[in-house]
Design a protein around this ligand. Structure first.
Ligand SMILES: NC(=O)c1ccc[n+]([C@@H]2O[C@H](COP(=O)([O-])OP(=O)(O)OC[C@H]3O[C@@H](n4cnc5c(N)ncnc54)[C@H](OP(=O)(O)O)[C@@H]3O)[C@@H](O)[C@H]2O)c1
Length: 392
């Protein structure tokens, strides 16, 4: 449970960016599933839009309405001071996110977001982790499809393996889904910031304490056919392997020498080749400002896949874990990864920080470290499957 007593703040949970695509889905999820005594508010820059959203929420939910704008730091500090837990969807985070992280770290307010931007997470570690440790705030990034199923899936897999021995886990992601304007804008922005990303990672490396008597690595694998999952495996250099590695660094349960590799699993070779070429072309176009602007005009912020499209979407992350003479196959799977399931993961993570009995942590922490068991159980109860497919 959040260290803060309920009486300390008017709201248990404030959802900032509630009027965006994922924000609206998250607000609807909370209205339908949160405990009746949750004291919560929706926040954003447009009060009329927030009131319209509140009027449309299911079950007659009546969260408070708070106005705040990322260009007005005082409004963000006020927001952080109103909540025990603050969940924000306002991205791209590298452009809009820092002031709120700073405000939450200062106020001792637990913070979570949906970023998949390594540069942002590294800079927030360098600039705000120490302050958050002083105040007790937990700063939990990447609480959506990036990186909850991968982080909790690796954690779940490790727990099926023996303790105290070197372990390896490979994760294979497959999905059928599309993305929103907000996600597209964040991805394009990231592709254009390769240099800044490397600089931020180096800066973090200089500040972060080293592991003395254990190892945790997440090397980029090589493309190959993976018979263990019956698919072509393409290395995925997303934020997910970094998050899994941080969980492994923090938790002894991952053993003395842990290695994680992260792949996209693609059944047909032409799809694997075509997909790699398409990402390469997008990456190249993102380096040229007019091409980047043209691309971002194709999909506007606030827009996203329809409810029908989302209902047909799915994801599966298969893991192969090995160590101590044992091999285990596990899977985390569910529906539409980027939006319906992201809203569910985000809302449940926020509720977990607000109400669950969790290990004592503070500063920048991953989902597995901050709330591994509790969040896994919440997500299972909410319909996301964690299963052991086979072991020997
Ligand atoms: N990790 C994952 O798996 C995952 C999945 C989905 C999305 N995401 C990320 O989540 C973020 C949101 O995605 P989305 O599709 O929901 O985007 P979106 O529809 O564009 O929503 C963005 C939200 O930010 C708000 N906002 C923008 N500028 C603001 C400002 N100056 N002050 C206050 N609020 C401001 C918008 O308010 P208005 O409504 O007033 O415009 C809106 O509520 C993106 O960064 C995306 O990459 C991550």
């Amino acid at each position: 449970m959040s260290r803060m007593k309920r009486a300390d703040r008017p709201y248990d949970l404030v959802l900032f960016g509630a009027t965006g695509f994922v924000g609206t889905l998250t607000a609807a999820y909370l209205a339908a599933h949160a405990p009746a005594d949750l004291r919560w508010a929706i926040a954003g820059r447009d009060e009329m839009k927030l009131r319209r959203l509140r009027d449309a929420l299911p079950g007659g939910a009546e969260p408070g309405v708070l106005r705040a704008d990322v260009s007005d730091p005082a409004s963000l500090r006020a927001l952080a001071g109103h909540a025990r837990v603050l969940a924000t969807t306002v991205g791209p985070y590298v452009a809009y996110g820092e002031e709120l992280v700073a405000a939450c770290a200062d106020a001792g307010t637990d913070y979570l977001d949906l970023t998949g931007e390594p540069e942002f997470v590294d800079l927030m570690y360098v600039r705000h982790d120490a302050r958050a440790r002083e105040t007790g705030a937990r700063l939990v990034h990447a609480c959506g499809f990036d990186s909850v199923p991968h982080d909790l899936g690796a954690y779940f897999t490790v727990r099926q393996l023996p303790e105290g021995v070197p372990l390896t886990v490979d994760g294979y992601v497959s999905a059928d889904a599309t993305f929103s304007g907000g996600t597209f804008a964040s991805a394009l922005g990231q592709f254009a910031r390769g240099r800044q990303m490397v600089t931020a990672a180096r800066e973090r490396h200089r500040h972060e304490p080293r592991l003395m008597d254990r190892r945790a690595t997440a090397p980029l694998g090589t493309p190959r056919f993976a018979p263990e999952v019956g698919a072509w495996a393409l290395p995925l250099p997303t934020i997910d392997p970094q998050i899994v590695r941080r969980s492994a660094k923090a938790l002894e349960r991952y053993g003395p020498d842990f290695r994680y590799r992260h792949y996209a699993a693609v059944r047909r070779l032409p799809v694997a080749v075509g997909g790699t070429a398409a990402v390469g072309a997008l990456f190249a176009a993102a380096q040229v400002p007019p091409a980047r602007r043209w691309l971002s005009d194709r999909l506007k912020p606030g827009a996203g896949p329809s409810a029908e499209k989302r209902a047909r979407s799915w994801f599966s992350v298969r893991f192969v874990g090995e160590g101590g003479g044992r091999r285990v196959y596990t899977e985390v799977s569910g529906g539409d990864p980027g939006y319906d399931e992201t809203a569910k993961m985000f809302a449940e993570a926020a509720l977990s920080l607000a109400f669950d009995d969790l290990p004592e942590t503070a500063g920048q922490v991953t989902t597995a470290v901050a709330m591994g068991d509790a969040l896994t159980e919440r997500l299972r109860a909410a319909g996301i499957r964690f299963r052991v497919a086979a072991s020997r």
